[in-house]
Design a binder for this molecule. Structure first.
Ligand SMILES: Cc1cc2nc3c(=O)[nH]c(=O)nc-3n(C[C@H](O)[C@H](O)[C@H](O)COP(=O)(O)OP(=O)(O)OC[C@H]3O[C@@H](n4cnc5c(N)ncnc54)[C@H](O)[C@@H]3O)c2cc1C
Ligand code: SF4
Length: 342
């Protein structure tokens, strides 16, 4: 049996110094991911520093938007009226994740830093460069249905699992991080990394840096946002692909502003900036959306197990924009999620 100590510091600064000074220490949020990994032997920390009781559990309206404390539970955040009206896509992404019981326990910070669901990563009897650098990647020749199609490397083809992170990436969230040198702000698009030769490095945070909050800017675009997730079951399943989308139109019915991010395609939430650029100024009909998706996928690598993700991405992106606009090509069925998408 491996010895494991537990601490519950009273302040965020104490929590940071407790982890910072000990390479074997880990923050414990809701524990829904980390405790699983302890049981499986995937993670073997010597010390757990419980941050879940720190008073970082409020959602505050700010001049710029909203600030979400890292300990706000996923269920509470999804139901928060301010979030539902100002950032409906974030609320939908949260509700698309896990199950009610897990969402009651899972925290904002822990959700963003949950680890990949690659089956080999979770099976300590198999080679995995992320779990054990240099051991090899079992997913390259193995079960590959969940593998990445964008930004992968020979060392790792895993995807990032968080639904919340995809919505936050689309809507230009910023993560507030406390380290031993004080606070810094990290744009969501820069929080997670691509695998390269070091898939064991998953974020731009250093050991001991604590996510204390997430800030979301309030914009007209954010109010027109949604989240579409495709998965094997209606609940309790990770995304095969997912799309966070927001769109506004100009008076001619062309795209004035747009934000798109994809989940289930890469080692990080994928901001689809090329697709956005392709659609800006164009009427968002099905051919334009298909062209935009193809532009984003120009450097994608599909294998026999992942070829299905191409049409799925096209369909999910079309579905997301169609929902926001109440239909495409004048095929409106009047079910627009928000009144007056302009
Ligand atoms: C059956 C099942 C189905 C699921 N389905 C989905 C799904 O469909 N979509 C989805 O998005 N998620 C899904 N999840 C994952 C779930 O949402 C995560 O386990 C949860 O969000 C993690 O949050 P937590 O607070 O429990 O994190 P923890 O398990 O406590 O921590 C996770 C990691 O983050 C670190 N950490 C935690 N908080 C901080 C912080 N503030 N600063 C720095 N580091 C921190 C920990 O050290 C650890 O490495 C599922 C989980 C299960 C078990
Ligand atoms: S894809 Fe990444 S996480 Fe999965 S086995 Fe390969 S190295 Fe490990």
């Amino acid at each position: 049996m491996r010895p494991l100590t537990y601490a519950a510091p009273a302040t965020a600064a104490e929590a940071v110094s407790a982890v910072r000074g000990d390479p074997q220490a880990r923050f414990l949020g809701g524990g829904t991911n980390l405790v699983d990994h302890l049981k499986l032997g995937v993670s073997t920390p010597g010390r757990l520093v419980d941050i879940s009781r720190l008073p970082l559990d409020t959602v505050e309206q700010t001049e710029a938007g909203v600030r979400i404390g890292t300990n706000v539970r996923n269920s509470d955040l999804a139901a928060y009226p301010l979030l539902r009206s100002g950032w409906p896509g974030v609320s939908r992404a949260l509700l698309a994740g896990a199950s009610g019981q897990i969402r009651n326990q899972a925290t904002t910070g822990g959700n963003l830093l949950q680890r990949t669901r690659c089956v080999y990563f979770q099976d300590v009897t198999t080679p995995c460069n992320k779990r054990e650098p240099g051991s090899g990647c079992s997913a390259l020749e193995g079960y590959g249905r969940y593998n990445a199609v964008l930004g992968a490397s020979e060392a790792c083809v895993a995807t990032h699992p968080s639904d919340l992170a995809v919505a936050l990436t689309a809507l230009d969230a910023v993560v507030v991080v406390l380290g031993s040198d004080g606070e810094r702000r990290v744009p969501m698009v820069e929080l997670h990394t691509l695998p390269g030769h070091h898939p064991e490095i998953e974020t731009t945070l250093s050991h001991g840096e604590l996510i204390t909050a997430v800030e979301l800017p309030a914009t007209p675009l954010a109010r027109r946002s949604t989240y579409v997730k495709t998965r094997d079951r209606a609940s309790y399943a990770f995304a095969l692909v997912s799309v966070a989308a927001a769109v506004t139109l100009d008076d001619d019915g062309a795209v004035a502003d747009i934000a798109l991010a994809w989940g289930g395609v890469a080692h990080k939430p994928w901001r689809a900036a090329r697709a956005e650029a392709t659609l800006r100024g164009r009427r968002p009909d099905e051919p334009a959306i298909a062209a935009a998706v193809e532009k984003e996928l120009r450097e994608a690598a599909f294998g026999p197990h992942t070829a299905y993700k191409r049409p799925l991405l096209r369909g999910a992106t079309t579905e997301a924009l169609s929902r926001l606009l109440g239909g495409l090509d004048g095929k409106s069925d009047g079910t627009s999620e928000q009144e007056g998408a302009r």
